[in-house]
Structures are given as structure tokens and as C-alpha cells.
Design a protein. Structure first.
Length: 277
């Protein structure tokens, strides 16, 4: 084995993201916006995409101060819009080092009332579109990829794809199923794309503040904290930290993993009376 230089172990080199390019779907709010800020502040050129032009414009006005960023209104479930995204990445960057499949949808309803349309929308956004966009971006990911520094696909899954959620009060069948499927799609793609020097990993967040979690935070924050061994929700920098790891040299040999960042919520169910004193 080659002996690495001292510089190779320096944290600022191991986790450096300078000069990379990233596309973040759903980058106009919540976790996507947080990741965009984090990458821009560390020298990554970023394109964000989400359906609504107004949200893209608002996000862009917030992001521009941190670095080179552009925004495109595009619906990842539509082939034509994905085509425009591919063109935007090709025109702006020429290649793509980091694809973050983050756009997501949720539907909560009792089983008896759960509509086919709601189920289909969630699966289409959280699963089908991730597959399709990753496939469509392959030529650009391949251009940025090398054995020493692979291109990275980072899928945003959920702890709800690991456990069956309780806090929401309403079942979210399609959401949990879509995220569990996304975790396994991550493994399948990781094995397939390794020969092209592209790694594929998933992050499975617990609760972070966002538009998607507005309602549960307002009504059930205490339950969320009680359900988490660390008794708190996630902080923005904890999301950026895991993305920096997966996108940098430090994470170059990590492939096909699903990394929960949920304070241990997904592995810890129920009350433990002996811990009360
Ligand atoms: N927040 C949490 O606690 C948490 C926990 C676990 C997992 N997650 C996951 O994290 C991801 C981000 O969620 P969030 O909590 O940050 O929610 P959010 O604030 O509602 O963000 C969702 C983003 O996705 C975009 N989007 C939705 N459908 C889209 C589509 N078809 N095409 C393109 N963009 C689309 C939305 O913008 P437009 O409305 O403009 O399209 C928005 O920018 C999701 O995959 C979610 O499942 C979140």
C-alpha cells in the first residue's frame, strides 16, 4: 500500500470540496436549501432545482452571497424538465461531481381514505424520479468521475424507510415505502455504477425543521424529542457534515450505504423506565 503524505490526513484536505459541482433537487427550501448553503460556503458550484419559479428565485437571492449558484424551475417527475436540467448542468459545468436527489413529497391519511393519486405522487417523486434523474445525469457524472475521486450520487432517504413512524398521528404508507425502496435502490445503483467510478449512498434523516415537518413540529415537538435518545431534533450543520463526508475524499470508499442521522431514533423504540432516575 502506498504511504499517504501527511497532507492527505489533514482534515482540510480530506474533507475539501473545492472546485466540485453539484445539482440539488428540491434545493429551494428545507434540507435542500441547507445543503446548498453548506456546499456553496465550501467552494462548490451549485445548481438548485424545484418546481416553483418563485421559490427558486427566493432561494437564489439567499444563496448568491455564498458562491456561484443558479436555480432552475423543474419538476423531477417530468422527463422534459429532467432534460432541461441535464442541459443546464452541461451548459454551466460541463460535468457533474455531486448529484443530490433530495426533492420529496409526503401524504398522510388513514388507510380507508388513502387515495391512489396520493400514493402514486409520493412514489413518483421519492423513488421513480430519483432513478430517472440519476440515469439521465450519467454521462455528466461519468465525465467528472475518476478512480481517485469518484462522482457522487447522494439520495435523501428517511429514518421512516427504516422504522414505521409514530409521531405523525396519521399513517404515511407511501412515504415510508418509497424511502425504504429508495434505500435499496441506492444499494442496487451503487453496485452497478462502481465500474464507472460513481458512488451512490443515501442519508436517512430523522426530524429536521422544514416545510414538510412544519405541522409535526408545531403540534408534536415534545413527542419527537421523547422518541429520540438524544432528546432533540437535527441541526442544519449535522446535515451539511454528512454531505461533506460523502462528497469529499474522506467518503470516496463509502459506497452503497444508508446513513441515519436521527440521534438514534430509528433504532430506539419505546420507553425505558430504568433510565428515568
Ligand atoms: N425535514 C425532515 O425532517 C426530513 C426527514 C427525513 C427525510 N427528509 C427528506 O428530505 C427531503 C427534503 O425535504 P424537506 O423536509 O426539506 O421538505 P421541504 O422543505 O418541503 O422541501 C422539499 C423540496 O422539494 C421540492 N420538490 C417537491 N416536489 C418536487 C418535484 N416533483 N420536482 C422538483 N422539486 C420538488 C420542493 O419545492 P417545490 O415545491 O418548488 O417543488 C422543495 O424545495 C425529502 O426527500 C424528505 O423526504 C426530510
Amino acid at each position: 500500500m502506498d504511504q499517504p503524505s501527511t497532507e492527505a490526513f489533514a482534515i482540510e484536505n480530506l474533507f475539501s470540496l473545492k472546485g466540485k459541482t453539484a445539482l440539488i433537487t428540491g434545493g429551494s427550501s428545507g434540507l435542500g436549501l441547507i445543503m446548498a448553503k453548506g456546499l456553496l460556503q465550501n467552494g462548490v458550484r451549485v445548481i438548485i432545482a424545484s418546481r416553483k419559479q418563485k421559490k427558486c428565485d427566493m432561494a437564489l437571492s439567499e444563496l448568491e452571497q455564498f458562491g456561484e449558484c443558479s436555480a432552475l424551475a423543474a419538476n423531477v417527475t417530468k422527463a422534459e424538465d429532467r432534460g432541461r436540467l441535464v442541459k443546464a448542468v452541461a451548459d454551466n459545468f460541463g460535468s457533474l461531481s455531486i448529484l443530490i436527489n433530495n426533492a420529496g413529497a409526503i401524504w398522510g391519511s388513514k388507510l380507508e381514505d388513502y387515495p391512489d393519486s396520493g400514493f402514486a405522487k409520493v412514489i413518483d417523486t421519492n423513488l421513480n424520479a430519483v432513478f430517472a434523474l440519476t440515469r439521465d445525469m450519467l454521462p455528466l457524472l461519468e465525465k467528472a468521475a475518476s478512480a481517485a475521486d469518484p462522482a457522487r450520487v447522494i439520495n435523501i432517504g428517511s429514518m421512516d424507510g427504516i422504522h414505521v413512524p409514530v409521531v405523525q398521528r396519521l399513517p404515511t404508507f407511501a412515504y415510508s415505502a418509497s424511502k425504504a425502496a429508495l434505500h435499496h435502490l441506492t444499494r442496487c445503483l451503487a453496485v452497478d455504477l462502481a465500474s464507472k467510478n460513481i458512488t451512490v449512498n443515501a442519508i436517512a434523516p430523522g426530524f429536521f425543521e422544514s416545510r414538510m415537518t412544519d405541522y409535526v413540529f408545531e403540534h408534536f415537538k415534545q413527542d419527537i424529542e421523547d422518541d429520540c435518545p438524544l432528546h432533540r431534533v437535527g441541526q442544519p450543520q449535522e446535515m451539511v457534515g454528512i454531505v461533506a463526508y460523502l462528497a469529499s475524499r474522506a467518503g470516496a470508499y463509502t459506497n452503497g450505504t444508508v446513513i441515519p442521522i436521527d440521534g438514534g431514533t430509528s433504532i430506539s423504540k419505546g420507553h425505558r423506565p430504568w433510565m428515568d432516575q
